[in-house]
Each structure stands twice: as structure tokens, then as C-alpha cells.
Design a binder for this molecule. Structure first.
Ligand SMILES: NC(=O)c1ccc[n+]([C@@H]2O[C@H](COP(=O)([O-])OP(=O)(O)OC[C@H]3O[C@@H](n4cnc5c(N)ncnc54)[C@H](O)[C@@H]3O)[C@@H](O)[C@H]2O)c1
Length: 383
């Protein structure tokens, strides 16, 4: 009989749905000591919270996140709200002794992130940040191949995250759907929203980033604010390009924009080593491309690994269907919850923790500082 773990979800938007779906499915596919119970959901609009609770099977709903934290029946607080609310909610949840799953980016900035790390470490509560792309089986496999030394010395790491949804100057900033364009709610633009994913994955696979040199652009300089109705200056970065150095001596090259017409969510990375290269593309997320210079010359070329095998060959895939059948985006959240619940049962730390996410936050802040000042910035010098 599984032990219950009562979940209080704060935020029922895009991420509220992915997390709820994961809680509902996780015990069907993973053998776990814990079974999440969808206890309560909280969000801004009561009618919406009610409808969400009915649709996803939450026992209750509300509009005041403090009630979720104060509820002694809640074991796990799941933070799926805009970035400006992460710190306050997470610190209160830690003080109340709750386990915490927090969406990315960790916080608005490094100063807030440090307070969050201090709070969870002081309280000794389990904490995880939702950098879910780590848990795409092909991305996890890439990490394993790098760690096994199969690429040899790493020379280059390059990543892109391209979208095209804010090109129109009519898209407002602020409010329910477009808080990402309001710097007060988001902290930054593509750097914290999209590049944070690329940075988390890159440092997980290839080690710490030590120095960055960046440039950013805000193509649309003023937008109507959805809440005030006034045209206000835009404070976020619409696009960001940075180069960097990793501690292991390799060079990095990262680009993100919401102005790449034709791309909805194109996250790609490529790693070039002495012996081999790997490449991955979110649009084909179950495949990992591999080139090995040690192959016989006649046959040498890029191969496409369909990451669906069982027997422990391909991460997570034993839990799903049969070899050859692929899984998708939502499964990364199921994997995230499965790993977190397993860690809770075994008393083991699951990554990325708040402390890990703080390192990503430092890179983001160093990138924005570099872009403002037009110079190389040491990552550990920020905050
Ligand atoms: N891991 C990922 O790939 C990924 C993808 C998208 C978003 N995110 C992150 O998830 C978080 C939420 O993003 P989203 O896309 O789900 O946003 P969203 O706009 O779809 O939903 C935000 C939710 O927050 C609620 N909310 C806002 N203010 C609140 C308050 N004061 N009290 C209670 N609830 C409040 C709203 O009611 C809404 O349900 C952000 O931090 C974002 O960066 C992560």
C-alpha cells in the first residue's frame, strides 16, 4: 500500500496542467513508495480554480496561496506561478516544513535565489526545480555518453531556443497570458525564460560555465500593459546571444529569441568532442544524433539513435511501452515527479535542487550584466 503525499498546487495554467497530469499518471508507470494525492489547487480566479479542480480531480480549490502553505495536511507545495511569486511562496513553504517543487527560473534574480536556497537548507526540506528537459530520455542519454567519456575532450557546446510569438507590436505585456513580457513579473525575457533551460542542461552535461559575453535586444520597445491599459516601456530582452567558457576548457555559444519567424519552440543543442559529436532537437525529442570519428571511414556519418530501448539501455524507457514506441513532452514531467518521489522515499537529494538552479540564475544574471556593460563577466562575481 503506497504512502500518500498530499499536493497543494499553486497556479493552474500551462505548468499547472503538466504537473497535474504527471501526478495523475506517475503511479501507473513507476513503482513508488509514495502516491500523490491532489489535495488542493489555488490560482487567481475562483471560477477557473473550481473548473480546474473538477477537471483534474483536486479535492478543493482556492485563491489564496497562503492557505495552501498553512494547511497542515499539505506535504508538497508545487509552485506554478509567474516568476515574481516564486521566492515569497517558496520561502513561506520552506518555513512551514513542506517539500517544494518550483517551476523555473528559480527566481527573479540571484539575490532572491540565495534567500530561497538559504530557506530550504535551513528548514531541511526536499526541493526540486522544474528544469524538465533534463528528463527527456535522449537528453539524459546525451549526459550519460558525455560522462562516460565517449566524446573525449569536449571542445564546443552550442544551444538555441527559438520562438516567434512576440513579433507583433500588438502583443501586450503583463496580465494573465503575457506576464512573460512584463519585466516586473518575469525578471527578464528570453534569458530567464528559455536560455535558463539551455544553461541548466548544458551545465548538467558539461560542467560549470565560468565566464560569459552577451548581447541582447528588445525589438519592440513599448507595449500596452494588459493591467494598466497604458503603453509602457518594455524591460525584457526579446533576444539574447552569448558566448561563454566552461570550466573544462570548452567554449559555449547560446542563442534565444522570440523573433525567429517559423519557430514555435525549437530547442537544439550540439556538443563536439575530440572523438565524437552529439546533437539533439526538441522537435524530434526521442532521437539523439551521434557522429563517431572512430567508425570505419567507409561507414562514418551521423547516425540517429531512436531512444526507445529497454533493458536499461535508454533512460526511463523501461517504464513505458515496448521498444520502438516513443514518448513526448508531457512524460518529462512524469519523470520529474517519479524521481522526486523516489528521492523522498529514500531520503536522497534529487537534482536540480534550488542550489543547482541558483547556479543557472547566476549565469543568467551574468549574461544580462554583460549585455548591459558590453564586457566579459565572471559568473561567480554576480549577486
Ligand atoms: N518547465 C517549463 O518548461 C516551463 C514552461 C512554461 C512555464 N514555466 C514556468 O512555470 C511558471 C508558470 O508559467 P505558466 O506558463 O504555467 O503560466 P500561466 O500564465 O499559464 O499560469 C500562471 C498561473 O499562476 C496563477 N497566479 C498568478 N498570480 C497568482 C497569485 N498571486 N496567487 C495564486 N496564483 C496566481 C494564475 O492564476 C495562473 O493559473 C513560470 O515560472 C514559468 O517560467 C516552465
Amino acid at each position: 500500500m503506497a504512502k500518500t503525499l498530499n499536493v497543494g498546487l499553486i497556479g493552474y495554467g500551462f505548468m499547472g496542467r503538466t504537473h497535474s497530469n504527471a501526478y495523475r499518471k506517475v503511479n501507473n508507470f513507476f513503482d513508488l513508495e509514495y502516491r500523490p494525492v491532489l489535495k488542493t489547487v489555488c490560482g487567481l480566479v475562483e471560477e477557473e480554480a473550481k473548473a480546474f479542480a473538477e477537471k483534474w480531480g483536486y479535492e478543493s480549490y482556492g485563491t489564496n496561496w497562503r492557505q495552501v502553505i498553512e494547511d497542515p495536511n499539505i506535504d508538497l507545495v508545487d509552485i506554478c506561478v509567474p516568476n515574481n511569486l516564486h521566492a515569497e511562496i517558496a520561502i513561506a513553504a520552506a518555513e512551514a516544513g513542506k517539500a517544494i517543487l518550483c517551476e523555473k527560473p528559480l527566481a527573479l534574480n540571484v539575490a532572491q535565489g540565495k534567500q530561497m536556497v538559504e530557506a530550504v537548507e535551513k528548514a531541511g526540506v526536499a526541493n526540486l526545480v522544474s528544469f524538465n528537459y533534463r528528463r527527456v530520455p535522449a537528453v539524459t542519454l546525451a549526459k550519460i555518453l558525455i560522462e562516460e567519456g565517449r566524446l573525449g575532450k569536449i571542445f564546443h557546446y552550442r544551444a538555441n531556443f527559438l520562438q516567434d510569438w512576440t513579433i507583433s507590436a500588438d502583443v501586450p505585456q503583463g496580465g494573465m497570458a503575457t506576464w512573460r513580457l512584463d519585466v516586473k513579473a518575469a525578471g527578464s525575457g528570453v534569458t530567464g525564460d528559455l536560455l535558463a533551460h539551455c544553461i541548466d542542461t548544458a551545465m548538467w552535461q558539461n560542467g560549470p560555465i565560468t565566464q560569459v559575453n552577451a548581447t541582447t535586444e528588445t525589438f519592440v520597445k513599448q507595449r500596452k500593459h494588459a493591467e494598466t491599459g497604458k503603453v509602457e516601456p518594455v524591460g525584457i530582452d526579446d533576444a539574447c546571444i552569448f558566448m561563454c567558457r566552461f570550466e573544462n576548457g570548452s567554449l559555449g555559444n547560446f542563442e534565444s529569441t522570440r523573433y525567429a519567424r517559423g519557430h514555435k519552440a525549437l530547442y537544439t543543442f550540439e556538443v563536439n568532442g575530440e572523438h565524437a559529436s552529439i546533437a539533439w532537437d526538441l522537435h524530434d525529442l526521442h532521437r539523439l544524433s551521434w557522429f563517431d570519428h572512430r567508425d570505419e571511414g567507409k561507414l562514418r556519418g551521423w547516425r540517429s539513435i531512436h531512444v526507445t530501448d529497454h533493458g536499461g539501455e535508454h533512460p526511463y524507457m523501461d517504464k513505458w511501452w515496448v521498444p520502438g514506441l516513443q514518448i513526448g513532452y508531457e512524460h518529462t514531467f512524469v519523470h520529474q515527479i517519479a524521481d522526486f518521489l523516489e528521492g523522498l522515499a529514500e531520503g536522497e537529494t534529487v537534482h536540480p535542487t534550488f542550489a543547482d538552479a541558483l547556479e543557472t540564475q547566476k549565469v543568467c544574471e551574468a549574461v544580462l550584466l554583460s549585455a548591459r556593460e558590453g564586457r566579459w563577466v565572471d559568473v561567480q562575481s554576480v549577486g
